[in-house]
Design a protein around this ligand. Structure first.
Ligand SMILES: *Cc1c(COP(=O)(O)O)cnc(C)c1O
Length: 357
């Protein structure tokens, strides 16, 4: 039976990506070698990384003056690398979840950290608004999609200081005005590639403003100058990322993805509203994520939580258990998830409701 893959990350990738990567593991680009055993300096791999960087720029419409870096270490390493390279005295952070909190904690080792607003007291179930950002901060850090709690900032903020965004779980899900950001980073394992790859989109003129010594591997300049080849980059995930980017381009780019994501999330949120068993954990409709849809059972039906999970599991749906800090359910609807999987989930919710007296 074909599985419906709702995992939050690592997560579903296009069949195109999985098939081409599997093929390259056996025979990469007709070399007679596996992608697993080829030099990252070979001309065949250089072609892969170059095309991946240029497609990344093309699909996101990245303007001049920006670089796309492919690094290791995950988004979690960026939590430190950002302040290491950018924080002189003070940085501002919007606390919208566990990942944002971790980013803040890392920054505290490099200077003063101002939390401009936080939704922590209500389990991060909304995106704070109306906060003010200190104009003397070196940058403002946001997490555009809060993977665990299911909230999302979809507008590109207009602010007067450099904007840094963790877009681990909504990169390529919609068009982004990259010119509004100094840095966009993320782990690739949510919407782009298998685990092991970290992407960083960086405006070069943001660098060179801190005095401290930055170790070579933590210095963005190293990777800009080295074309992400200062050391061995994650070869296989970069190959897979290229396949996802090709697939995305074929399927209407980020505008096409956005259209499909709105349709998929719309279908599921609508059923959550209609179905007497369930409710969304995010009261404000505008704050609801299109990527990670979090919902719980209404109080009076709480006893049916486990049976519902068993019910959908039996129908080939995986990854629907909510994060332990929220409970309930989380359906991750990344780019590669077909609408048929959402329809199957909605149908299961309706069938389960009918089975309850
Ligand atoms: C998954 C995730 C992370 C952590 O990424 P790693 O690559 O595992 O370090 C950080 N931020 C967000 C928003 C995430 O979804």
């Amino acid at each position: 039976m074909k599985k419906h893959n709702f995992y939050a990350g690592p997560s579903i990738l296009p069949d195109f990506t999985v098939k081409n990567t599997a093929e390259a593991v056996i025979n990469f680009a007709g070399t007679g070698l596996s992608i697993l055993e080829i030099s990252h300096r070979s001309k065949e791999f250089e072609a892969v990384i170059n095309e991946a960087q240029s497609l990344f720029k093309e699909i996101l419409s990245i303007p001049e003056g920006y670089h796309v870096l492919f690094l290791g270490g995950g988004a979690s390493t960026q939590f430190a690398m950002v302040p290491f390279n950018l924080l002189n005295k003070k940085a501002a952070y919007l606390n919208t979840g566990v990942w944002a909190g971790k980013a803040m904690k890392e920054a505290q080792g490099f200077g003063e950290v101002v939390e401009v607003a936080s939704s922590k007291a209500s389990t991060y179930n909304y995106i704070p608004k109306g906060y003010s950002i200190p104009s003397d901060a070196d940058y403002f850090h946001i997490t555009t999609n809060n993977t665990i709690y299911g909230t999302e900032i979809r507008e590109d903020l207009d602010i007067n200081i450099p904007l840094v965004a963790d877009m681990s779980s909504d990169i390529f899900s919609r068009p982004v005005d990259v010119s509004k950001y100094a840095i966009i980073y993320g782990g690739a394992q949510k919407n782009l590639a298998p685990a092991g790859l970290t992407f960083v989109v960086i405006r070069e003129d943001i660098l060179g403003k801190v005095e401290r010594h930055i170790p070579t591997m933590f210095n963005y300049k190293t990777h800009i100058d080295g074309g992400s080849m200062f050391n061995t980059p994650p070869v296989l995930p970069i190959f897979a990322a290229l396949q996802t980017l090709k697939w995305l381009k074929e399927n209407g780019g980020v505008l096409g993805a956005q259209k499909r994501n709105i349709a998929k999330a719309g279908l599921l949120y609508q059923e959550i509203e209609r179905n007497k068993l369930f409710k969304s954990t995010i009261p404000n409709v505008a704050d609801r994520s299109l990527m990670n849809v979090c919902f719980v059972m209404n109080e009076e039906f709480m006893a049916h939580e486990k049976p519902f999970l068993d019910f959908v599991t039996a129908k080939g749906m995986v990854g629907l258990k909510g994060h332990r800090s929220v409970g309930g359910f989380r359906a991750s609807l990344y780019n590669a998830l077909p609408i048929e999987s959402v329809e199957a989930l909605v149908k299961a919710m309706q069938d389960f409701e009918k089975s309850i007296k």
